[in-house]
Design a protein around this ligand. Structure first.
Ligand code: GDP
Length: 140
């Protein structure tokens, strides 16, 4: 399996509850390396761009309002098969369906306030990383 990078967000429900370190511990325990990280308060325009693929969905407004409600921590994670591995570590979108040992099972509050984002494919990972990080901010 190839060394990959994926884009992660620790969402407002987690930063609000001071869970950045707890989430990072689960990421690192899974063998993923945090090669870039910063805390930002997204603008509405940034959140609308980031979740543009969902703009026709009924929850889009709620999702954008949530993502700009508090600071988030944006990250680049690196590892063998990092994209699929992080999706496994995150767990199902709805925490009610998330497996034991996953971040969302441990910490998510609801299908909306679900603690973390992770890219779903190499193409989206590249686009998402480039929205928040310059190349020289990623140190593997
Ligand atoms: P993910 O890839 O597991 O994050 O899930 P999706 O790409 O399907 O959805 C993106 C994000 O939209 C989710 O992580 C949730 O934060 C949010 N979301 C998805 N479904 C719902 C919903 O039914 N209601 C609300 N409020 N938010 C949702």
């Amino acid at each position: 399996m190839a060394l990959e990078r994926t884009f992660s967000i620790i969402k407002p429900d987690a930063t609000r509850r001071n869970l950045t370190g707890a989430v990072n511990a689960m990421i690192e325990a899974a063998g993923l390396r945090i090669v870039a990280q910063k805390r930002v308060h997204m603008t509405r325009a940034q959140a609308e761009t980031f979740y543009g693929v969902h703009k026709e969905r009924p929850f889009f407004g709620e999702l954008v309002d949530f993502m700009i409600s508090e600071p988030v921590v944006v990250q680049v994670l690196e590892g063998e098969g990092a994209i699929a591995k992080y999706r496994d570590v995150m767990g199902a979108t709805n925490p009610a369906n998330a497996a034991d040992g996953t971040i969302r099972k441990a910490h998510a509050l609801s299908v909306g306030e679900n603690t973390v984002h992770g890219s779903d494919a190499p193409e989206t990972a590249a686009i998402e990383i480039a929205q928040f990080f310059a190349g020289n901010e990623i140190v593997g």
